[in-house]
Design a protein around this ligand. Structure first.
Ligand code: SF4
Ligand code: SF4
Length: 408
């Protein structure tokens, strides 16, 4: 996207460059000029999104930048029907830095922003009282009258200040939703989730508790789709999105990853991988998929592609509140899999041979059966043992039982 530089804006900025090469204000103007309108539907033309980072690796940001349904670019340009334009304030992708970056948050606190705002929090919330004279994560600085010096403002302080007036607070990624890796055993920084930090009684200005979109890193589309659903609700154009009892989008996290896994058929037939790179079910080399709420095998990691088991990686439960402690050590078979795996093996040893007989039969035309020959130049031979023909005879009797139609 090429944006005309507005000299009256640029000199104010301490710029280091960004993805769009434009300020939030310039993007807003550009969208208006290109679309020739503000939002056609609903009361809001734009909504501010304050993206705050705590104990984060920025992986959630990278995931979201790669989302395709909807794309971040469409949200930023306000080009999706009914959705207000998003004015994103993100320290990693904005041109603005220093005071121009912090100013909109100040205006949100003063109630002069002129539009609703949403908070997105990435990373876990550290206990800043453990940071001594320093800080764990911060945005901007303020004059400290006690010391007579400027002091960085922890992102947790911004979260506390801004959360009551936000239309919604969205925790993105497992660190923000459940504490994640910074909150693992021996948690030196006192890291916790946004939900733990704001407390049970927290409600946004729209009456929503914290919305949680877990994953390490999360599927970017899970985030942009949920944002779109919340914004449609804000516009009065959609119902309250359905969330589960932990604030996860219910339509995205209602199933286990195992139920949607491309390897689930192997599990059901009791065939398991022994080594990385094998094609079978990965449970015996450490997959926790049967008990994990996640949709990555169905949706893919990026643009419908990838996703842990799709590319050979056992599930380590990264979307779950118990991650990582309750899934450690990684890549070791979960103890419960001994029981379920043994039952699958027993079941599979009986079912598999029967299925193969039926499969071989369905791989033959009825004409070939009548001729007892397969006219293929590829090497297929009509070689059906008597036992298979007998099984098929009775199987077909059962298949047609009760039907008025009959085969020849
Ligand atoms: S690889 Fe994991 S999720 Fe997939 S079928 Fe096996 S146990 Fe289930
Ligand atoms: S499949 Fe498991 S490890 Fe992969 S994203 Fe989902 S929860 Fe995380």
């Amino acid at each position: 996207m090429v944006v005309e530089v507005k000299p009256e804006v640029r000199p104010k900025l301490g710029m280091v460059g960004n993805v769009a090469g434009a300020t939030t204000e310039e993007i807003q103007h550009l969208a208006r000029e290109q679309l020739g309108r503000d939002s056609l539907l609903g009361p809001y033309t734009h909504v501010h999104v304050f993206w705050l980072a705590g104990m984060s690796c920025d992986g959630c940001t990278i995931s979201v930048l790669g989302a395709v349904a909807p794309r971040v670019e469409d949200l930023l340009m306000g080009s999706l029907p009914g959705l207000p334009q998003i004015l994103l304030h993100h320290s990693a992708v904005n041109v603005e830095s220093g005071d121009p970056f912090v100013e909109p948050m100040q205006r949100a606190l003063e109630g002069t922003l002129g539009a609703p705002y949403v908070i997105v929090y990435e990373g876990s919330v550290p206990d800043e009282t453990r940071a001594g004279d320093g800080y764990w994560s911060a945005v901007g600085e303020e004059f400290d009258e006690r010391t007579g010096q400027f002091k960085q403002v922890p992102s947790s302080v911004w979260l506390k200040r801004l959360a009551p007036g936000a239309a919604a607070v969205i925790a993105i990624g497992t660190c923000a939703t459940w504490g994640g890796i910074p909150a693992a055993y021996h948690n030196a920084t006192g890291a916790m989730s946004v939900m733990d930090f704001l407390g049970r009684d927290y409600r946004s200005a729209l009456g929503l508790p914290v919305v949680n979109i877990p994953g390490c890193a999360p599927v970017g589309d899970n985030f942009t789709e949920t944002v779109a659903a919340v914004l449609l609700f804000l516009q009065g154009l959609g119902p309250v999105p359905e969330f589960d009892e932990l604030g996860r989008p219910a339509w995205l996290f209602g199933e286990t990853v195992h139920r949607q896994c491309t390897r689930a058929g192997y599990y059901e037939e009791g065939v398991f991988a022994e080594h990385y790179g094998d094609r079978e079910c990965l449970v015996e080399i450490g997959c926790w998929g049967p008990v994990v709420n996640c949709n990555i095998t169905a949706r893919g990691a990026l643009n419908g592609l990838g996703g842990c088991m799709n590319v050979g990686g056992p599930c380590i439960g990264c979307t779950m509140p118990g991650f990582p402690d309750k899934f450690s050590p990684f890549y070791k078979a979960p103890p419960g899999s001994t029981i379920s795996g043994t039952i699958s093996r027993l079941n599979g040893s009986f079912i598999r041979p029967l299925r193969r007989i039926t499969q071989r039969d369905r791989n033959r035309e009825t004409r070939w059966d009548r001729q007892r020959a397969i006219p293929s130049g590829w090497g297929a031979e009509y070689d059906v043992p008597i036992i298979e023909r007998t099984v098929e005879f009775f199987y077909n009797r059962l298949r047609w039982r009760g039907s008025s139609a009959k085969p020849e």
